[in-house]
Design a protein around this ligand. Structure first.
Ligand code: SAH
Length: 222
């Protein structure tokens, strides 16, 4: 029912972006496959493929399709990659990555969002995704090192634990800065100082800190 509108979204908003079109065919195929409307509340179905962010509850939002595609493309995902995502939200970004890489580990600080995303990803058959409720500042040490890390909430500066969990040559994409003045950055892990490139000014929800949470984060099995 949404296949046609999804195809149009990919052609017009992603491949057809006038300034910086998405060219990676695997990324475009993943965006064509994943049913984005399944990741937003039923009240938002009509807008699921529009070029703007949508509310997903708990004051959080799912990014517009172009930003998801751009961040995925910048990560240069490879079929053998193990990827860490911070900020599971609805699970949409994790689902897009799921079809492109070997394994996705995703951490969400709002427990009901983590639980819902895990159930949704299971329902949609994304078997290579693990969802954890916890504070993403800690990363996922037991599963490190990662080939790539994607952060979909904005800290004021790059959390050192995340860089530490990136393998040499690994890539980290992250929005950094205070609300209203964030930029999307791509970092590459190198011995010594990581390489950095500014990608785009963006607007993401802030990365919060989990005060007083249990020391053992919950992992939801799909
Ligand atoms: N990638 C998501 C959208 C993310 S919205 C999707 O595809 O739907 C940003 C998410 O980051 C929110 O759900 C928010 O609760 C979460 N978040 C904020 N601070 C966090 C932290 N410290 N650790 C993990 N998740 C965090």
């Amino acid at each position: 029912m949404f296949a046609g509108v999804r195809q149009r979204m990919v052609q017009e908003q992603l491949a057809g972006d006038p300034e910086r079109p998405i060219r990676n065919s695997a990324v475009l195929a993943a965006m064509t496959r994943v049913p984005r409307h399944e990741f937003v509340p039923a009240s938002q179905h009509a807008e699921a493929y529009m070029a703007w962010p949508l509310p997903i509850g708990f004051g959080q939002t799912i990014s517009q399709p172009y930003i998801v595609a751009l961040m995925t493309e910048e990560l240069d995902p490879q079929p053998t990659d193990r990827v860490l995502e911070i900020g599971t939200g609805s699970g949409y970004q994790a689902a897009v990555l799921s079809g492109l890489v070997a394994a996705v580990f995703t951490v969400e600080i709002v427990e009901p969002l983590a639980r819902d995303a895990a159930a949704r990803l299971g329902r949609l058959g994304c078997r290579n995704v693990q969802v954890r409720a916890g504070d993403g500042h800690e990363g996922w040490p037991e599963a490190a090192p990662f080939d790539a890390i994607i952060v979909t909430c904005a800290p004021e500066s790059v959390p050192p634990q995340l860089l530490a969990q990136l393998r040499d040559g690994g890539r980290l994409i992250i929005p950094v800065g205070p609300l209203g003045d964030q930029e999307l950055r791509l970092l590459e892990q190198r011995p010594g100082r990581p390489g950095q490139r500014a990608v785009l000014p963006v607007r993401f929800v802030p990365m919060t800190r989990g005060a007083g949470r249990s020391a053992v984060p919950a992992t939801f099995n799909l």
